[in-house]
Design a binder for this molecule. Structure first.
Ligand SMILES: [Zn+2]
Length: 374
């Protein structure tokens, strides 16, 4: 046996373990009768799934069938530390949906033809609010965030030996980290709603496509040199790539090819380049996407980094109304989103991952050129 590799000392792993250990505690049943939707949810997931509960959404009752926990690591690190999340496959009011539970609230994402309907329940609020995907954060909170501007997406104390050593050896499959940096000009939309709208459904689908990979989604905001980067010009993707690479070197991110890899995404409030809502390196590790794009924009650009192509995208007619798979480049507002990749693009991504992960050593920088795609 070779000497054990130093495991990546990323704080989220540790916190995820802590979170799962705390699960039953968080779902404490010490309240004789819980009236809050979030508490009722936590009580339900402490029992064996599936569970059915009824949540009030302010317009009447809604049945929620909590089917299973999605095996994806989700983290919203903050200036105050790590904020872990968990995702569940659910049926909400009779429709298949994804539910994301984090902090004091939960978000239910229901895919619609051209929309992603999100219903949110807050621990401190009565009922839910709906149709306010871009509900601004409180001014006080934003101000506090800016005052203590986060210099690092991963807190420094995650790097000491104790923390790293306490992380269990990676006994199972390799980790693929989808790391999403929220540009400063997106702060009027909460990161939880960005996740619920653009990412939740997609990463659940990625888990289906790459069932043996361990997938992480990490959101970072207010990171100097990254989330305040200038963009909107032709060189945006190159500039973003340079900034991330510099950050990765400075922070000594534990990049272990074949075991622990990253795909970095910058999410922006405006077009990433003139007339362009997303950019990526084909088969590369860097991408950017505008929240002004379709709800499939993150899936589209991350798909490119896994070598998915426009040529293999398709329009489907099976559901009575045409829909576009994630990589369709010539989009039409008359067509819905399928919220799926084409079978051909799924094959491309699986093949890319298989090649990528079975060749543990390759020249760095890679000797195959990356091509920029929209
Ligand atoms: Zn494209």
């Amino acid at each position: 046996m070779a000497a054990p590799r130093r495991p990546p000392p990323l704080r989220p792993a540790l916190h995820a373990l802590v979170f799962s250990a705390l699960g039953p505690l968080l779902a404490s049943t010490s309240h004789a009768r819980s009236t809050n939707a979030v508490d009722r949810f936590d009580e339900a997931i402490a029992r064996e799934l599936p569970q059915t509960i009824v949540l009030s959404d302010g317009k009447g009752g809604g049945a929620l069938v909590i089917e299973s926990l999605l095996d994806v690591e989700l983290h919203f690190p903050d200036v105050s530390g790590d904020v872990p999340g968990a995702m569940y496959r659910v049926t909400w009011q009779g429709e298949q949906a994804m539910l994301t539970r984090s902090g004091g609230h939960l978000d239910i994402s229901v895919p619609r033809s051209g929309d992603m309907e999100v219903t949110t329940f807050d621990r401190d609020a009565e009922g839910s609010h709906q149709g306010r995907p871009d509900a601004p954060r409180g001014n006080d909170e934003s101000a506090a965030h800016r005052a203590s501007r986060q210099r690092r997406a991963v807190p420094r104390d995650a790097r000491n030996g104790t923390t790293a050593a306490s992380r269990p050896r990676a006994a199972s499959s390799p980790v693929l980290v989808f790391w999403l940096f929220l540009h400063d000009d997106t702060l009027d939309m909460t990161r939880e709603h960005i996740h619920a709208k653009y990412v939740a459904w997609w990463i659940a689908d990625m888990k289906r496509i790459l069932p043996t990979r361990r997938l992480w989604a990490i959101y970072s905001q207010q990171v100097d040199g990254l989330t305040d980067i200038a963009y909107g010009q032709a060189s945006s993707l190159k500039d973003w790539t340079t900034a991330v690479d510099s950050y990765a070197r400075r922070e000594r991110l534990p990049h272990v090819r074949g075991e622990f890899e990253y795909k970095f995404m910058l999410l922006t409030g405006n077009q990433v380049a003139p007339g362009v809502s997303g950019l990526a390196w084909l088969g590369g590790d860097h991408a950017m996407a505008s929240l002004k794009g379709r709800y499939t924009i993150v899936a589209h650009e991350y798909g490119h980094t896994l070598t998915a192509s426009h040529e293999d995208a398709e329009v489907r007619w099976s559901s009575g109304w045409p829909c576009e798979t994630n990589l369709k480049s010539t989009t039409s507002l008359l067509r819905a989103n399928c919220y799926r990749y084409s079978a051909a693009n799924e094959r491309r991504m699986r093949s890319y991952m298989a090649n990528e992960w079975t060749v543990p050593v390759r020249p760095d920088p890679p000797d195959t050129p990356h091509y920029m795609v929209e």
